[in-house]
Design a protein around this ligand. Structure first.
Ligand SMILES: [Fe+2]
Length: 358
């Protein structure tokens, strides 16, 4: 029997921008021509948003946010290094990065070989400074796990879980933030992430994946007719079950596998009811409480509509994790919810282990 460790974290792209740019997504929301004057007025904002924005447009708060996230990444990294995985499997959303008009899998095992990628040439970063002051041409090496991915896809298909698989990133397309930002943040000093990585892509952006190219769109640009939207994401229930199946395969393998869900929770730019200004913190707290109370199975009953209404699209990665920890009876070693109104999203970090040891 293989040993399994599980963890959750964020791949929050603005974390790789300098402090003065970390609130850029909020600035984008303020520029919406349809945003009312009232909502632009700081006196109508939440106390936390006003506190974070302060008198420097979030500059000091960004430095603080960076440091609190860095410490969380360090804690997850320490747990990984102590566990010494043969492979680190990451559930992440593909935001119109690898998968586009030509084919969009609900789930894809990205069984890549070792590769080199330019983190700062990707669309979100190109032409902008990055927090580490690295040149745009800096190449970042990633250890792949093609053999492990091939085996995982084979086992899942044999169990009736119809995943797609990919051996190579399509030429000319950017590596998803959900995967490579995760590795870079776990490798804060840029020395190279030492563990082989196996990526499992989840189509979290569903109805707006191709339409909005996995990115931002103002309310006025979101079509209301179903015919103009793309087909939906897999449901949270399906993600939960696929996560459970993956955990089962890993536990029955001879390898030591770390399973990681990579995404922030509710995203302000997906939370229509806040006019994209704020994440849905109430809903994030509800789901977080279920994990803290060791009730991950309750997540299986959440509907896709609930997820989308809360701007929690990317949490489908975490629904895979919830299914995994539920199936293996894993318990949280620790879980932390870091809330922010200014910096796009609330973030959760945590490490799970199999109850009673490996
Ligand atoms: Fe993402």
């Amino acid at each position: 029997m293989g040993a399994v460790l599980a963890a959750g974290l964020t791949h929050f792209p603005p974390l790789a921008l300098p402090d003065e740019r970390m609130a850029d997504v909020f600035r984008w929301a303020l520029r919406d021509p349809e945003l009312s004057e009232e909502k632009r007025d700081p006196s109508t904002w939440t106390n936390r948003l006003r506190r974070e924005w302060a008198d420097d447009e979030g500059l000091r708060a960004a430095a603080h946010h960076r440091e609190e996230l860095r410490l969380q990444f360090q804690q997850v990294r320490d747990a990984l290094d102590e566990f010494q995985p043969d492979v680190v499997l990451i559930w992440g959303d593909d935001q119109y990065e690898l998968f586009r008009e030509d084919c969009v899998p609900a789930f894809a095992v990205c069984a890549f070989d070792d590769l080199e990628t330019c983190l700062w040439k990707r669309p979100f970063y190109s032409g902008r400074p990055n927090a580490w002051g690295e040149d745009e041409d800096t190449s970042y090496p990633i250890k792949g796990a093609r053999r492990a991915g091939k085996k995982l896809a084979s086992e899942l298909l044999a169990r009736g879980v119809d995943v797609a698989y990919s051996y190579e990133p399509p030429a000319g397309r950017p590596m998803p933030a959900a995967f490579v930002n995760t590795l870079r943040y776990l490798d804060w000093n840029g020395e190279g992430f030492p563990h082989p990585a196996l990526f499992v892509s989840v189509n979290c952006y569903g109805r707006r994946l191709v339409k909005h190219k996995g990115g931002l769109a103002y309310l006025g640009d979101i079509p209301r007719g179903a015919a103009e939207l793309d087909p939906p994401s897999p449901t949270p229930t399906r993600c939960f079950d696929v996560g459970a199946a993956i955990a089962e395969v890993c536990a029955q393998s001879a390898s030591r596998v770390a399973l990681i869900a990579s995404s922030s929770w509710s995203h302000a730019f997906l939370n229509e009811k806040s006019h994209f200004l704020l994440p849905d913190t109430t809903r994030d707290r509800e789901l977080f409480s279920l994990l803290v109370d060791d009730k991950p199975a309750a997540w299986r009953d959440v509907s896709l509509d609930e997820v989308e209404r809360a701007g929690q699209h990317e949490m489908l990665n975490w629904f895979c994790l919830a299914g995994a920890v539920d199936r293996l009876g894993m318990r949280p070693r620790w879980l932390n919810l870091i809330e922010s109104d200014l910096f796009t999203s609330n973030k959760v970090f945590g490490v799970y282990e199999i109850a009673g040891g490996e």
